[in-house]
Ligand binder design. Structure first.
Ligand code: FMN
Ligand code: SF4
Length: 507
């Protein structure tokens, strides 16, 4: 059984090596692995980075890039004869409008140069204070043992930084308590929510902190295997992780480390879709329960964490949970906030969890123009009006305000932005990225985008009459978080900016 699974796990990698899905490639891979050709077609076509063979420049369609001229840039590159493709997100909102060249390397064809660059020494990103990469916390964790480590994680109040804010210690206990001894730790480095680029910065600036955190987690839950699933567009980030694993050498070589490439599908950031993808399948979320802590990668207990969550762990072990908790303002710890859009110095800033928008934007060089709205955590969080600027930027307060912190990818919009158009761009994103397995999400994302297109074309308010009902169906009837929040941009824009819709209205 495992043998068959092992062959299947290879197919995405083999398609990547072949340069994409072609008849010849599929035939060869099928002969080599025994996986039926139709199955390989179906799997490969799910992923944008391998669905179409051939090299091209990729231009980002994320909100920050659209408001900073992605459309014009795309046209200009096409006029220059470059083969171009528009993609949902490139994880470079601080360099908008972002592009990747034919070899998936980051380039700046038209983006601003003022984005904070990874090696900028003026930008702190210590996740708790300056550190040396001695792996001393890992040694300490081994010394004090699993119970004590998990107790510190619990005392720290560490919430998952991948978006759901789930208490980390519950998952650690869940995996450690399983009877099955083949266990996995997976790092979710798929970072693809438009507006978010903090994991990229951790990997580039503090790769050892990440590896040390994952190693501590693996020892604490009794896992021998650590996998890092990194988004396919993160070429230099992958190289950085490989280098760091090599540099760490003996300090972490008692664990089996593997890096898996993503292949261009936002949904693979969802934990069970990510596991499906690692198993060589289409990245379609599983029904939960069972949760990955019980039935994860290869059906085994799996602890999955976001890059930032894992990177918080060494300092917690070193300085104690209470210390970490005290760093936050309204919730425990510091937070890496990503800020882009209409601010003067887009970038990633580490601040106490619970600062306000004004405090964050002050660090980011101030507002560019007159702010009217912000999106606190990517398209999934919808929009808030600038009057919500005093809401603490934490998980609970933003949920109470009808939004979410999510992965803290804040995009600020000034009064030059057409809010209806911005709404449509966010809906485009969900329509494109829905995996399609649940009818409410598959049909609902398309329906909402079409209705907004129709409203933009003729201003007929009847186009939006059923938007609320459809949004409710999507929230109630979807398997995963994507479908549950996909109506949020429209719902929040209509709620907070009714005058913008009225102005456009033909009646
Ligand atoms: C549609 C969708 C996309 C997601 N994308 C990511 C992602 O890119 N990175 C991430 O760490 N978590 C992402 N998540 C959350 C993961 O499912 C999971 O909660 C997280 O990796 C757990 O790690 P944490 O406990 O450290 O937050 C996503 C969830 C959904 C529903
Ligand atoms: S809600 Fe959407 S993205 Fe999530 S599983 Fe269903 S169809 Fe796929």
């Amino acid at each position: 059984m495992r043998k068959k699974g092992a062959q299947r796990e290879r197919i995405l990698h083999l398609l990547e090596e072949e340069g994409g899905v072609t008849e010849d490639a599929v035939r060869r891979i099928s002969a080599e692995t025994g996986v039926p050709e139709a199955d390989i077609w179906g799997t490969g076509l799910f992923y944008t980075l391998i669905s179409k063979p051939g090299k091209r420049v990729r231009v980002c369609d994320g909100l920050s890039c659209r408001i900073k001229g992605a459309d014009e840039l795309f046209e200009r590159l096409a006029e220059q004869g470059k083969e171009c493709e528009r993609v949902s997100c490139l994880g470079q909102c601080d360099r908008a409008p972002a592009t990747l060249d034919e070899n998936l390397e980051q380039v700046c064809y038209g983006g601003v140069e003022r984005g904070v660059m990874p090696d900028d020494p003026s930008l702190p990103m210590n996740l708790g204070g300056p550190r040396v990469d001695s792996y001393a916390s890992l040694e300490k964790a081994k010394e004090i043992g699993s119970d004590a480590v998990i107790a510190e994680i619990e005392a720290a109040g560490l919430q998952g930084r991948g978006g759901a804010a789930f208490p980390a210690h519950i998952k650690w206990k869940g995996v450690r308590g399983q009877a099955e001894t083949e266990r996995y730790v997976i790092c979710n480095a798929d970072e693809a929510e438009p507006g978010t680029f903090k994991d990229r910065e951790i990997i580039l600036r503090q790769p050892h902190l990440l590896l040390e955190g994952l190693a501590i987690a693996a020892h604490a839950v009794g896992a021998k295997n650590v996998a890092i699933y990194i988004r396919g567009e993160f070429t230099s980030e992958r190289r950085m992780i490989e280098k760091a694993i090599e540099e760490a050498g003996d300090k972490i070589s008692d664990l089996d480390w593997k890096i898996y490439n993503g292949h261009g599908a936002y949904i693979c950031g969802e934990e069970t879709a990510l596991i499906e993808s690692m198993e060589g399948k289409r990245g379609m979320p599983r029904l939960k329960p069972p949760y990955p802590t019980e039935y994860g990668f290869r059906g085994k207990p799996t602890l999955m964490h976001n890059v930032e969550t894992a990177a918080c762990v060494p300092a917690i072990v070193e300085r104690g949970g209470e210390w970490f908790k005290g760093l936050g303002r309204s919730e425990p710890g510091t937070k890496l906030y990503c800020v882009s859009g209409h601010v003067n110095r887009p970038g990633v800033y580490e601040l106490p969890l619970g600062v306000t928008l004004d405090e964050l934007v002050e660090v980011a060089g101030g507002y560019d123009g007159t702010p009217v709205a912000f999106s606190p955590g990517g398209p999934s969080s919808g929009f808030l009006p600038i009057s919500a600027r005093d809401v603490p930027l934490d998980f609970k307060s933003l949920a109470n305000a009808g939004s979410m912190l999510g992965s803290a990818g804040l995009v600020v919009l000034n009064d030059t932005v057409d809010m209806v158009m911005a709404t449509k761009w966010q809906l485009d994103f969900f329509e494109r990225e829905s995996c399609g397995q649940c009818a409410p999400c598959r049909i609902g994302t398309r329906y909402l985008r079409r209705q907004v297109d129709s409203f933009l074309a003729d201003g007929d308010p009847d186009s939006l009459e059923f938007a609320g009902d459809v949004g409710w169906e999507m929230e109630e009837g979807s398997i995963c978080g994507l479908g549950m929040v996909a109506a949020k941009p429209l719902e929040s824009a209509m709620k907070h900016f009714p005058e913008v819709f009225e102005e456009r209205s033909s009646e």
